[in-house]
Design a binder for this molecule. Structure first.
Ligand code: BTN
Length: 270
């Protein structure tokens, strides 16, 4: 039996996902290096995969985060999954719109559960207060000037109670709610909301997606401290460029744009 056949069996038995196509083809793995790697291999080695295929893992032993970081997650307690999308309608230049749509989907699924302290931290972290609840690693495969496939890896800290010392900024839903949350129900909610925002993007509602992303952004329009190569400064996030660069206005009224490697948010007093 190859992995694709195995996939179908699992899907028929267990699928409780309510979205129309995101998560309808669902494969749950006991253990894998990284669900992003697994989905990438599946895509290159098997028959065409349906858009919306989700690979979820109970344990990842080499989970990957942004900027070459590792993603640690206690087995069986959290959501670690990857989703396949084929946003052929999206030019590479606009790939950050996909990041926006996915962030909005995850945010909107969690908001009714967690409330007003939930924010999207630029570019695509999910924050509760000043703590990180989850993040995403989106890997796009390009065809000419368009995106052919997108592997959207998502990690959410759900029922984990303790984090290693090195992850002092991490938090989980359990720490907020003081109760376990059902991983399957949460996955279903996230798939439905991602699908909704993805369809908005596909329908050309780009300004709507951009505005709603900005509305949910951590520290937007607040005077805060940032660190760049040139030092620490106070400023205000005023915008996110179409291409995803963060726009911060310093207290002299000058605006500058930053990519992820160029700016750090300083939460703590210095
Ligand atoms: C980050 O905030 O640094 C991104 C974290 C992304 C983690 C998820 S877990 C599922 C998928 N598989 C991976 O190896 N990484 C992503």
């Amino acid at each position: 039996m190859n992995v694709f056949e195995f996939n179908i069996i699992i899907t028929l038995q267990n699928n409780t996902i309510s979205a129309l196509f995101v998560g309808q083809n669902l494969l749950t793995l006991k253990e894998v290096d990284s669900t992003n790697n697994f989905l990438k291999n599946l895509l290159s080695n098997s028959k065409p995969l349906p858009e919306g295929t989700v690979i979820m893992a109970e344990r990842q032993f080499a989970g990957r985060g942004q900027q070459e970081n590792k993603w640690h997650s206690e087995p069986g307690k959290n959501l670690t999954f990857s989703l396949l999308l084929n946003p052929a309608f999206l030019a590479i230049l606009n790939q950050f719109d996909l990041t926006r749509a996915i962030s909005l989907g995850v945010f909107d699924a969690l908001k009714p559960i967690l409330g007003d302290q939930l924010k999207i931290k630029w570019p695509n972290d999910i924050y509760y207060g000043d703590k990180k609840l989850g993040g995403m690693l989106i890997e796009n495969m390009i065809n000419g000037r368009q995106i052919k496939n997108s592997i959207v890896g998502i990690g959410i800290n759900v029922n984990q109670e303790d984090f290693p010392d090195g992850a002092s900024n991490a938090a989980s839903m359990k720490q907020i709610l003081h109760a376990d949350y059902d991983l399957r129900i949460l996955l279903s909610e996230i798939c439905s909301h991602i699908e909704g925002w993805y369809l908005n993007l596909r329908a050309g509602k780009v300004s709507f997606v951009r505005n709603e992303y900005l509305n949910r952004l951590y520290w937007v329009n607040e005077n805060r401290k940032f660190k760049t190569q040139s030092g620490v400064f106070e400023g205000t996030i005023t915008n996110v460029r179409d291409n995803g660069l963060l726009v911060v206005k310093n207290n002299n009224g000058e605006e500058a744009e930053f990519n992820l490697k160029e700016i750090e948010f300083l939460n703590k007093q210095i």
